[in-house]
Design a protein around this ligand. Structure first.
Ligand code: SF4
Length: 362
């Protein structure tokens, strides 16, 4: 968790400008990382005192500009209390950027050739609660949708508890929204969700997923699952397997539970034996593997649109590593294709480049 934040800071390298122009690009600064010690973070450094998440006018380098996408952090830290997570403990309450600053940053991105803006936060659904007294995510998305320019946007980390079908209906009206749903469920069994400190149930989740399936012709749904949380029984595991068999997801990240020393869950009784966690993990992993392999096979010979991420040469033959445009960079698996599978190149150049947008047959 903290590691990701530090990595993000490291990536903002002012001495290595992107080939795209640096003018009019601004950072969400990370200056306070210079003055905070690890001990302070673990003591519970409050985000009120923590001045690292603000809009400033010093230059920001878009490190992913070559690939035409960039991350835009709309809020930092978190108001939830998931018992397995230490983020709220070490970093404090949610801190959102004002809508006008996010829109200004998005305009800068579009002006600098970014075609895909990826909105991120620890809990995107609660964006704005600290600033406006209520969640303002969908108001923000509407403003983003209203911007002119050749771009789309993707939204990560939708926490399901305050998500509603009305919200999902609103998403169907956005033309620039990439129908990518990243909903980290962690589990579906009610007793486990309760002990995780997560407030939704299987029925509500099913309703969301059915709505997405029925209303977005093309879509990508991703989730995370933790296996072997304290008190998890074979019955909870069976519920999880049955739910996954409904085959809603295009990508699933699985984690085996382990105690984090500062997390509340580490103090819960009824820990699941490590061997049993391993066995349950392998059961879920096998099922997920089967489901995702079948999905991958169904894509064969289909037409796709995507971005070239890498060109590999092997014995005079070229292979292209391509990110399908629906898939999220850095998270979802890429396709590997031959040159002859390319049916259209969007960029008007003679030679293929690593950032070109193409149509291809898988
Ligand atoms: S939503 Fe839960 S898991 Fe995610 S950052 Fe907040 S407390 Fe941690």
């Amino acid at each position: 968790m903290l590691g990701c934040a530090l990595q993000y800071y490291k990536n903002i390298d002012k001495d290595s400008p992107s080939p795209l122009s640096q003018k009019n690009i601004y950072p969400l600064s990370r200056n306070d990382f210079n003055t905070i010690t690890i001990q302070q973070l673990f003591k519970g450094y409050s985000s009120d005192k923590f001045n690292d998440f603000e809009f400033t006018e010093s230059p920001r380098v878009y490190t992913n500009a070559d690939y035409k996408f960039e991350y835009l952090k709309i809020a930092e830290w978190c108001d939830n209390n998931c018992t397995f997570c230490i983020i709220p403990k070490i970093r404090g309450k949610q801190k959102s950027l004002p809508i006008e600053n996010i829109i200004q940053e998005a305009q800068n991105m579009i002006a600098n050739g970014i075609e895909e803006i990826i909105l991120i936060a620890q809990d995107s659904t609660r964006y704005g609660t600290d600033l406006y007294g209520k969640p303002m995510l969908f108001e923000l998305l509407q403003e983003l949708e209203n911007l002119k320019g050749n771009f789309t946007f993707r939204l990560l980390y939708l926490y399901p508890d305050i998500l509603s079908l009305e919200h999902l209906k609103k998403l169907t009206t956005f033309k620039k929204f990439i129908p990518y749903f990243d909903i980290p469920l962690q589990h579906v069994s009610a007793p486990i969700l309760k002990r995780m400190g997560r407030f939704y149930d299987e029925q509500a989740i099913g309703n969301f997923l059915d709505f997405i399936k029925n209303n977005f012709k093309t879509r990508f749904i991703r989730t995370n699952i933790i296996i072997g949380f304290p008190w998890e029984t074979q019955e909870d595991q069976n519920k999880l397997l049955k739910f996954l068999e409904k085959d809603y997801f295009d990508n699933i990240a699985l984690f085996e539970y382990h105690d984090e020393p500062y997390a509340a869950s580490s103090k819960l009784p009824n820990k699941v034996d490590e061997k049993i966690i391993r066995e349950r993990f392998l059961d879920v992993d096998n099922l997920v593997d089967q489901l995702l392999t079948t999905k991958r096979d169904k894509r064969k010979w289909q037409k796709e649109t995507g971005y070239i991420m890498e060109i590999k040469e092997k014995k005079w033959a070229y292979k292209l590593i391509v990110r399908p445009s629906l898939y999220c960079p850095d998270i979802d698996p890429y396709d590997t294709i031959s040159l002859e599978n390319v049916t259209k190149i969007y960029t008007k150049t003679e030679i293929l480049n690593i950032w070109d947008k193409i149509d291809y047959i898988i």
